[in-house]
Write a protein that binds this ligand. Structure first.
Ligand code: HEM
Ligand code: PLO
Length: 492
């Protein structure tokens, strides 16, 4: 079993021609759990074959950090797959696009545009706070009618409106048909893209009817129409003098690249086609919506399971912020228990349990194992976050693990923690996501106690594996807290 395909040392799962290691990968468990379990037999870092592609699975943090940080640039490639090619017009985006000058340039522009709205200026905070307030008013209306709600659409709308403001300077009202369309296509994409479906292992399966691929193509077509509309609107009233949002920042960069025929960043050399621009915004919009919403849903599911955690956050809010004003970003330092809870949610249910696959851009090594150019590397964040050697009782939800003994200071108890990845491919939205998680959760918990309706069972904590690990649907009863009975948010 410890045969060497690619190197003398790397343990490899059995593999057959064409199908690779598929037979060893049949399992009732989702891939991140299966890959964690396979460590027992093959060691922490092992390889397997997905069709014709060699894939290395890394289950521990020393090797993970070598791949992401120490050799980040060598492992900065991305594989091309059938489904991500459909989503991104053959990798013309940031997340699924291979390492290149174009990729670097687009990352830089997005980074700059997000910083422009960042902590320095108060505008992102204002946008999030307005959405949090609107969300709270929806919750209090539901509470007044005694309704328990699936919070997913309302959380998604709040989070979407934040990223919509940043990308397009627009927002959605409740029941907005464009928003309903977006909800549908985005779930269709999450359900079908990049989950190592058979088409991605066997591209030739495309010639057979494939329901998943059909759904993906339909959803992508609807998304692209929406993106094109936003692009056309921005182009029509673009001005060099005002930069309203990310779309304007990209348009400006595209124009200056087109006017810069003789410098190193001319439109051709950086790949600044309309496709590239649309795919970049598509990434930020898609990531901006699906990731943060997913974490909020996990956080609420855990808070319902652990009412004592909820109570402690509320006590902290009462004593540090009080009831007279909304929590703000400057309160982050004085609310360590809430921060610890957010960290714990990101540990126990990482949004992207396998990150996005990396690819070795040249011959290299991981630890003592040699790695050939073109090898795919999957970092199993699930294993890092559930490593028994690093975390006491890793299955237990325990925010206190991120606090000192007195519960007054945040600590990082282990290096085996990378919810946003690390290095050259680190998440571009980390700062934004953290601001949103803090402001949304603190606003909700300042006003409401969350539970399930008496007739319902507790939310399932098993995730549904896909390009993001989503919780299963559940209903929430939001009860206004004593002292907040008269609380009425102004409807927008
Ligand atoms: C990539 C996590 C929110 C934009 C990633 C990766 C992870 C991650 C694990 C993959 C890193 C890798 O492959 O090595 C998260 C989590 C979030 C979150 C846990 C929320 C709590 C966001 C938001 C945005 C965003 C709000 C947009 C504003 C991106 C982009 C990439 C990425 C563009 C691709 C980076 C690249 O390949 O160069 N994120 N993310 N993420 N994220 Fe996030
Ligand atoms: C989510 C569905 C959208 O309709 C399209 C989209 C674009 C970017 C993807 C995102 C989806 C899922 C989460 C991803 C993000 C890029 C980075 C992020 C994969 C598919 C993470 C967590 O890695």
């Amino acid at each position: 079993l410890r045969s060497a395909w690619n190197s003398q040392e790397l343990p490899c799962l059995p593999a057959l021609p064409f199908i690779g290691s598929l037979l060893s990968l049949r399992s009732p468990h989702p891939p991140h759990v299966l890959f964690k379990n396979l460590q027992k037999k093959y060691g922490e870092t092992y390889s397997l074959m997905m069709g014709f592609h060699r894939v290395i699975i890394v289950n521990q943090y020393v090797h993970a950090k070598e791949v992401l940080l120490k050799k980040g640039k060598i492992f900065a490639g991305r594989p091309r797959t059938v489904t991500t090619d459909v989503l991104t017009r053959d990798g013309k985006d940031i997340a699924f696009g291979d390492y290149s000058a174009t990729w670097r340039f687009h990352r830089k522009i997005v980074h700059g545009a997000l910083c422009m709205f960042g902590e320095g200026s108060a505008s992102i905070e204002r946008i999030i706070l307005a959405e949090a307030q609107s969300l709270c008013s929806t919750l209090s209306e539901a509470a007044a009618m005694g309704l328990a709600l699936d919070l997913s659409p309302e959380l998604t709308r709040a989070v979407t409106n934040v990223i919509c403001s940043l990308c397009f300077s627009s927002s959605y009202y409740r029941g907005d048909p464009e928003f309903e369309t977006m909800l549908q296509y985005s779930q269709g994409i999450v359900d079908t893209v990049a989950k190592d479906s058979l088409v991605d292992i066997f591209p030739w399966l495309q010639i057979f009817p494939n329901a998943d691929l059909h759904l993906l193509k339909d959803c992508v077509a609807i998304r692209d129409k929406l993106l094109q509309k936003k692009y056309d609107e921005h182009k029509a009233d673009y001005s060099d003098h005002v930069q309203r949002d990310l779309m304007d920042a990209l348009l400006r960069a595209k124009r200056s690249a087109e006017n810069n025929n003789n410098t190193e960043i001319c439109a051709d050399s950086v790949g600044f086609s309309e496709d590239h621009l649309l795919m970049t915004v598509g990434d930020i919009f898609g990531a901006g919506v699906e990731t943060t919403t997913t974490v909020l849903k996990w956080a609420i599911a855990y808070l319902i399971h652990y009412p004592e955690v909820q109570k402690r956050i509320q006590d902290e809010l009462d004593s540090k912020v009080g009831m007279g004003r909304s929590p703000q970003l400057r309160d982050r330092g004085s609310l360590p228990y809430l921060e610890a809870t957010i960290r714990e949610v990101l540990r126990i249910r990482p949004v992207a349990p396998l990150l996005i696959p990396h690819v070795a851009l040249s011959d290299t090594s991981i630890g003592n194992f040699t790695v050939k150019k073109g090898t795919r590397v999957i970092i199993n964040l699930w294993s890092l976050h559930h490593d028994e050697n690093e975390w006491n009782n890793p299955e237990l939800f325990d925010p206190d693990r991120f606090l000192n003994g007195k519960g007054t200071c945040l600590i990082m108890p282990s290096s085996s923690y990378l919810p946003f990845g690390a290095g050259i491919r680190v998440c571009l939205g980390e700062a934004l996501a953290k601001m949103e998680l803090f402001l949304f959760l603190s606003s909700i918990l300042q006003h409401f106690t969350l539970s399930v309706p008496p007739s319902d069972s507790l939310p399932s904590l098993d995730g549904k594996f896909g390009v993001v690990l989503q919780p299963v649907k559940y209903k929430v009863k939001a009860s206004p807290r004593p002292g907040w009975q008269k609380y009425q948010c102004k409807a927008r």
